[in-house]
Design a protein around this ligand. Structure first.
Ligand SMILES: [Zn+2]
Length: 292
């Protein structure tokens, strides 16, 4: 099954819901960054959230950024998404290893520690919309649940999960977000609460062969869910040699001078996809002298 994001409504529009399966995206991220298992889990959960939250945006050029600044050994992580659910991301310290927790799950909360989750929506207006909350557990799903409740006043249920194979490849990755719209009737809320209590974890559902549609059908049992869209998100980085050249040129003469060490090439590595771009001393001199 290729990566999918499904958007749905239920209970006559009082509930909106998203579910995603992003195994290929998380596998790509793991290969691009060489992440350790706990870092793959942390980044994978944030990528799963990003793909669903990206798909909540309307405009074609809208950009969502999920940024975690934290004091744990992972040192922070970042994911950006577009309105088609395409994502990219990185962690600051991709090699961090931590023993699993008592329940055998990855210690994502331990890797993140304390910190701030920022949700930045650039909707093409003058200023981006920024919401910030303190990390609650660092497990990401709980932190986003808290973010939606406190910053967007939208009660939500968020489930995110990454399951690794023994050989350290990604077995399953995905999640769901279910949100209550204003004036949601009590009986809808209690039905949803009952459903959520009885469902297995995201990775158990995916490993059991359930698709994002199936996950929504199960979590929204009794609430007449109706799928409105199905997207095929990708790990998409828009970096190019040209973008990096422009970045270097914007450094100014003094900084470019300090980069020019004899005739040695300099290599720039994209933080999001790991792609390498090489600039020769000659390239840098041309940029410095304004001939590029
Ligand atoms: Zn890139």
């Amino acid at each position: 099954m290729s990566d999918t994001v499904v958007r749905a409504y239920a209970a006559d529009g009082f509930v909106r819901a998203f579910a995603a399966s992003v195994k290929d995206i998380v596998s790509f991220a793991k290969e691009a960054h060489g992440t350790s298992p706990v870092c793959t889990a942390a980044l994978g959960r944030l990528l799963a959230a990003g793909t669903m939250m990206g798909s909540m945006m309307k405009g074609h050029a809208d950009v969502l950024t999920l940024l975690v600044r934290c004091d744990g050994p992972i040192g922070g992580l970042c994911v950006t998404a577009d309105s088609q659910g395409n994502v990219k991301g990185y962690v600051n310290e991709p090699l961090v290893m931590l023993p699993p927790k008592a329940d055998h799950h990855f210690d994502v909360g331990g890797a993140l520690g304390n910190g701030i989750l920022s949700v930045i929506r650039d909707l093409g207006l003058k200023e981006p919309y920024v919401g910030e909350v303190e990390l609650q557990t660092g497990e990401i799903a709980e932190d986003l649940t808290y973010y939606f409740a406190s910053s967007e006043q939208t009660p939500s249920v968020v489930g995110l999960g990454v399951l690794m194979n023994k050989d350290n490849t990604v077995a399953q990755a995905g999640g769901f977000i279910i949100q209550l719209m204003p004036d949601c009737p009590e009986d809808v809320i209690s039905t949803l609460e009952q459903n959520i209590k009885s469902i297995p974890s995201v990775t158990e559902m995916l490993a059991g062969g359930m698709s994002p549609q199936d996950i929504l059908a199960k979590t929204l049992t009794g609430l007449n869910p109706e799928v409105t869209d199905t997207l095929s998100p990708k790990y998409l980085c828009n970096c190019s040699r040209d973008r990096y050249a422009k970045g270097l040129m914007s450094l100014g003469k003094k900084d470019l001078d300090s980069l020019i060490q004899g005739e040695e090439d300099i290599e720039v590595v994209c933080r999001f996809c790991g792609k390498k771009y090489t600039f020769s001393a000659e390239d840098l001199r041309e940029m410095r002298d304004g001939n590029a």
